[in-house]
Design a protein around this ligand. Structure first.
Ligand SMILES: *Cc1c(COP(=O)(O)O)cnc(C)c1O
Length: 434
C-alpha cells in the first residue's frame, strides 16, 4: 500500500516509511493513495468468521503488496489475545465493547498491531527506534503495554499532569524498563505539540530514529477498522442497516470506521459524538472548521480542541463538506448530560459505562430521535468503566467491581519525570538523558 501526504499529493511513502515516520515532512497526514475493497465473498460469509480471521482478511486486503499473508497472520496472532464483543442494550442498540485488551481501552487494538508491525520491520532492518507519544489518558497505557520490552524500541510518553485518572496514570508510569513517562505541566494539546515539534527538529531527528504512536500513525488507524467489520459480522443476522456512534477526541477511531466503509463495509451512517470539545460537530453544522483550545471534561480522553485526524476524516470525502454531512452527524454533550446518560443506561439496562461511552450512547439516541428510520445502532465503548472508578461510582451512587489487573496497578508506585510545557525543556531532556 502506498500513501500520500494530505498536504502534498506527490509526496509518496511506502508502508514502512509511513509507519516509522508517522508524519510526512510537510506536516500533513499519510493517506492511502488507493483504498482496496474487501472481497464480496468474504463479506457474504463474514458472520462465521472469528475476530482474528476478520483482522487477517482486512489487513491482507490493505497490505498485500507489503507483507505476506503468513506474516500478517503472525502479526495478528501476536497482537490480539482479546476480542470485541457486541451486547444488546436496548431493543435496537448494541454496545461494541472495545475494552478487553491489556490497558482496558480501545487503543489497545491500534497499539498492539502497531507494535507487532514495527517489530516485524525492525527485525528485518535491525534498526533501533525511539517512540514519542502524547496521551490524553488511554493512548499512553496502550502504547506502553504494546511496546513493553519490545527489542530495539524505547518509548517516551508525555501526559498532562493532573488531567488523567489514577489508573490511567499508573498504566503510564509503572512499567519502567524501555518505557519513560514525562508529566507535563500543561494540557494534552501542549503534549501533542511537543511531539510534533520534536519530529520537525533536525538535531533530534539526527540523533534518534524517532517514531510516533499517536492516532495519526497509519499503523494505528488500519487495525481500528477491524472491529467495525467484526461488529457487522456479529449483527448481520438482524438484517438492518448499521449506524455507528463513535465517541471522539482526535477522530482516529471514526476515521478508521470511514476506512472500513470505503473498503466496502455497509455502513448507513456515522455519528461523531463529542464532549464540549466540539470542533467537529460545529464543522458538520456550519461547514467551518474552527478549532478552539481544549476544555476539561469528565470524558477526558476526548478533551481535544484541535483533532489531529480531522484532515484525514474529511479527505475520505475529498474535503467536500456536503458529502461529509451526508455520512456523518455530530452531537456534543456537557458533563451533566453525560452523567445523566450514565445513570440512564445503568437504570434501564443494568449496564455500567464510562463517560466516553455514555457520550456515544446519547449521540445515538438523539440521532434516532432526529432522523427516525429502522436501523441497528452500535455505540462504541472505548474504555472499561473501572478506569474512571471515582467518577463512575460518584455518578451512579454505587460501588463497582475493579478487575484484578487494575487493582494490582494501583498498589505500585508511579515513576515520572516532571517537566514544563516548553519545547526547550523537552529537547534538553531528549538530548541529554533519555
Ligand atoms: C482516545 C479515546 C477516545 C477518543 O478516540 P479518538 O480516536 O481520539 O477520537 C474516546 N474514548 C476513550 C476512552 C479514549 O481513550
Amino acid at each position: 500500500m502506498l500513501f500520500y501526504s494530505t498536504k502534498t499529493k506527490s509526496l509518496e511513502a511506502s508502508l514502512e516509511e509511513a509507519v516509522f515516520r508517522s508524519l510526512p515532512q510537510d506536516n500533513g497526514l499519510y493517506m492511502p493513495i488507493a483504498i482496496p475493497r474487501i472481497s464480496p465473498e468474504f463479506l457474504e460469509g463474514i458472520e462465521t468468521k472469528s475476530f482474528k480471521e476478520i483482522a487477517v482478511e482486512v489487513a491482507y486486503t490493505l497490505l498485500a503488496d507489503d507483507i505476506s499473508r503468513q506474516d500478517i497472520e503472525k502479526i495478528i496472532d501476536k497482537a490480539y489475545d482479546f476480542e470485541a464483543p457486541v451486547k444488546q442494550i436496548t431493543p435496537d442498540d448494541y454496545v461494541l465493547e472495545l475494552f478487553h485488551g491489556p490497558s482496558m481501552a480501545f487503543k489497545d487494538f491500534g497499539a498492539r498491531f502497531m507494535a507487532a508491525l514495527m517489530s516485524y520491520f525492525l527485525l528485518r532492518s535491525k534498526k533501533e527506534i525511539k517512540i514519542l507519544v502524547a496521551t490524553s489518558g488511554d493512548t499512553g497505557g496502550a502504547v506502553a503495554q504494546g511496546f513493553y520490552n519490545v527489542p530495539g524500541v524505547s518509548v517516551t510518553i508525555l501526559y498532562p499532569s493532573g488531567k488523567v485518572s489514577d489508573i490511567q496514570e499508573k498504566q503510564l508510569t509503572t512499567l519502567g524498563n524501555n518505557i519513560t513517562a514525562i508529566e507535563v505541566y500543561g494540557t494534552f494539546d501542549d503534549c501533542q505539540k511537543l511531539v510534533k515539534e520534536a519530529f520537525l527538529d533536525s538535531e533530534l531527528t539526527a540523533k534518534y530514529n524517532l517514531a510516533s504512536a499517536n492516532s495519526i500513525n497509519i499503523a494505528r488507524l488500519i487495525p481500528q477498522s477491524f472491529y467495525f467489520f467484526s461488529a457487522y459480522a456479529q449483527l448481520k443476522k438482524l438484517g438492518k442497516p448499521l449506524v455507528f456512534s463513535v465517541p471522539s477526541g482526535n477522530f482516529g477511531n471514526l476515521s478508521a470506521g470511514l476506512l472500513a466503509y470505503r473498503m466496502g463495509l455497509p455502513v448507513e451512517h456515522f455519528i461523531a459524538a463529542t464532549n464540549l470539545n466540539d470542533a467537529v460537530p460545529r464543522y458538520l453544522e456550519n461547514g467551518t472548521y474552527q478549532p478552539l483550545p481544549s476544555v476539561e471534561t469528565i470524558s477526558n480522553a476526548m478533551d481535544v480542541g484541535n483533532p489531529s485526524n480531522f484532515v484525514r476524516m474529511v479527505r475520505f470525502f475529498d474535503d467536500d463538506w456536503k458529502r461529509v454531512t451526508e455520512k456523518i452527524s455530530g452531537f456534543s454533550y456537557n458533563d451533566e448530560q453525560t452523567r445523566k446518560t450514565m445513570r440512564e443506561i445503568y437504570g434501564n439496562a443494568n449496564y455500567v459505562v464510562c463517560p466516553h461511552t455514555a457520550v456515544a450512547f446519547r449521540g445515538l439516541q438523539d440521532f434516532r430521535q432526529k432522523q427516525g428510520g429502522d436501523f441497528t445502532g452500535v455505540f462504541l465503548s472505548t474504555a472499561h468503566p473501572a478506569k474512571f472508578i471515582d467518577l463512575v461510582e460518584e455518578t451512579l451512587g454505587k460501588t463497582i467491581e475493579i478487575p484484578e489487573r487494575l487493582k494490582l496497578l494501583l498498589s505500585i508506585e508511579k515513576v515520572s519525570i516532571k517537566m514544563d510545557a516548553s519545547f526547550y525543556s523537552f529537547k534538553n531532556l531528549l538530548m541529554s538523558s533519555l
